[in-house]
Each structure stands twice: as structure tokens, then as C-alpha cells.
Write a protein that binds this ligand. Sequence first.
Ligand SMILES: Cc1ncc(COP(=O)(O)O)c(C=O)c1O
Length: 406
Amino acid sequence: MISAMPTHVPLRLAPRQAVAALPFDDRPRLQTYSGRVAILQGLKALGLGRGSVVLVPAYACGSEIDAVLKAGCEVVFYPVTQTLEPDLEACERAVQANPSINALFFTHYLGFAQPVGALRQFADAHDLVLIEDCAHGLLSCDETGQPLGRTGDIAIFSYMKTLPLTDGGACVINRDGVAFDPGALRPPKITKLLGRFLYQIELSLKGSAPRAAGVFHVVVRGPVRLLKAVLKGGRGQRRAAAPAERAVQQAAPDNSEEMEVLALDPARRDWALSVLARSTLARLDLETMPKIRRRNYERLLPRIKQIEGLRPLFDRWPPGVCPMAFPVVIEACPAAVFQRHLAAAGLSTKYFWSYFHDIFPRDDFPFETRLKTSVLALPIHQDLSEADMDEVADIVARVMAEQRSA
Ligand SMILES: Cc1ncc(COP(=O)(O)O)c(C=O)c1O
């Protein structure tokens, strides 16, 4: 199975100081448990909260929307253009219609840089705070070679979109006079992350030393899972006896499951980057990852362009992009169906942003709604070789041909 996300963690004892530098190490930052926490903490540092109104793109994951709402802000959606840039004419109309709007949020989708100069100018001209979402572009640069995350008053990152970590995000400050509360964060509950961490180690061991992976499973991961199941079982029994809670769950709206995935859990709103993620991060080679991701994207691009029934989401391929994935718009059949057939053929993909935040007005944004239900993200991550890319292309072409003739 070709995995949708990178899983390989380096099994080395010594950290790799020389190549573990993050692109924002030269500025004030908070390393958080997730991108959501980074957004919430960044808005707090900027003094945005109750009474603030933030322009947010209608093409959005949903978890950034939830973080803005949980910070106490109101959200006003704006459309994106056909090339997925913020529609500044629509933003202009929104600002004219609602003078309370005081911030503009924008996203570098899949690591492809937005026109940061024009966005900065627009924000300054309208006295808006600029919030730059680099969740997908941790190692990406704009066309001038400048790392993303240096234009917004704050910029946020989500490590797990690019790196094999249990958790991780960051909020970076680019404006004078803004500072984080030194006591803003506390360590996360490691018990919530240990299972995933041990799974990553076992998977990585399997690649290089399968026998050691077997021993690790029996001696470490197995007992930890068992212990967790026992503890959870106990808690589950206690929880099952709460009928009032069950009644609330039954009355939940249809997309409650989606909201559970998208939401910023209030119990984790002040969680820092865990020691597990921090120690893995220090052992990763962040320098070669963009090269491998670009090489893999370029290998796939001509093949994908030849396949009828789908198209690359971006028709540009600028220098500097470190792509999070290779996004394709599925045109010939429902994306969810296509994804299932790809998985059956051995290719795991992400159904990109198919979940909706429950405040999102789908009828007002048909273009963005269609995008949210028709894009699949094909893997091009650093664990994959050029031969893997050829296999990805073969599987996609074969499955699409089957779908078109069905
Ligand atoms: C554009 C964007 N911003 C922010 C986030 C939140 O990141 P995290 O999942 O690390 O909380 C996501 C998550 O998917 C995202 O896609």
C-alpha cells in the first residue's frame, strides 16, 4: 500500500542539529500542539477576540474556522478566484459593507504561495490585521525564494501535514509590539500521543529491520496497547452510565462526526508541542524534503495531465513550492468513489477537505463547495521514490479508465 502521509521516522539516537532548522527560527514563535492551537494563541496575542470580525476564505478546511470562532471572533466568508487566490474585489465589498471587519485570514493552499505582496497591501490599505495560514507550507517558499510565513502579522504552521510527527504546529509573530503570554502553553498529555508515536517507530523499524520491529511489537507496543485498552475499558464503562450525555449525542446535528474531526478541542487549546514530536523533529532532515517532494510532483505532473477524467488542481508549478500533496480534481465520477477504488488498488489518498464546518453556508459558495467535494490529494511525500510515483500514476490511470468505461 502506498501511504497518503509520510510515516518514516529516523531511528537515530543523536539529533541532527545542522539540518533541523525551521524556516522561522529567527523570529518570535510559539510551538504548539497543532495548527488550531497556533491560530487561537496567535489571535490572542494580537488582541483579537470577542467583538473582532475576521474575513476567512470560503475554501477552507474547517478547523481553522473553528479556531477563529473559539478565539471569540466572528467569521465572514470571502470567495476565492478560479486560481484559488483570495478574491480581493469581493473582500473590498465585504469591508465596505461591514466596517467592523478587522482582520483578513488567507491560506497558502497545499504549499502553493499566495500573492503575499498584494495581500499585505490590501490589509494595510484597509487597516486589517493579516493572518497567514501556512499549515500546508511548512517548507515552502514564494517565487522570490523567501520562506512562507513572513508577510502576515502572524503566521501559523501545522507540522503534521508535512512531517511524520505525533503533533505539532507553530505561531510566528512578524509585527513589532505583539508578544505571546509566556505562560500561554502547558505540556500535552503524553498518554494521548504515545500510541501513535510507538506505531511510527514500529512502522519505521519494519522498513529497515523487520525482526527488530517484531520484537518491538511484542515487548513494547503490544503491552502499551493492552494497558491502554484496559484503562479505556474502565473509563468506557463509567462513561456508558451517563444517559443525559447519550441524549445530547443523539440530538446532535448530522455533521457532528465531521465537527468532531474539525473542532479545536477546548481541553487542548493551550497544549504545547510534545516532547515526543520535538525529539523526532530534531532528527529529521528538513533540507532534503522539499527536493524530494518537488522531484516527485514533477515526475507525476506529465502523467496526470494525460489522464482524462481528472485534472491537476493547480495549472501552475512555481519554483519554491514544497507541495503538501498532488491535488487532483476528479471530474468523471464522485471523488469518494474514486478514492475507494484507488485504495482497493493499493493507493491511499486524502479526500481533501470533504468535511464542512457547520457554520459554512454552502449555497452561497457553490464553487468552493464543489471543490471541497471533488479534490483528492495524491501522495508525493518524502518517503516515496520515483518508482513509487510511476506506480501512483499507473494506478490512477488504470482506475480512472475503469471508472470511465463502467
Ligand atoms: C489550512 C489549514 N489551516 C489550519 C489547519 C489546522 O491544523 P491542525 O490540524 O494542525 O490543527 C488545517 C488542518 O487541517 C488546515 O488545513
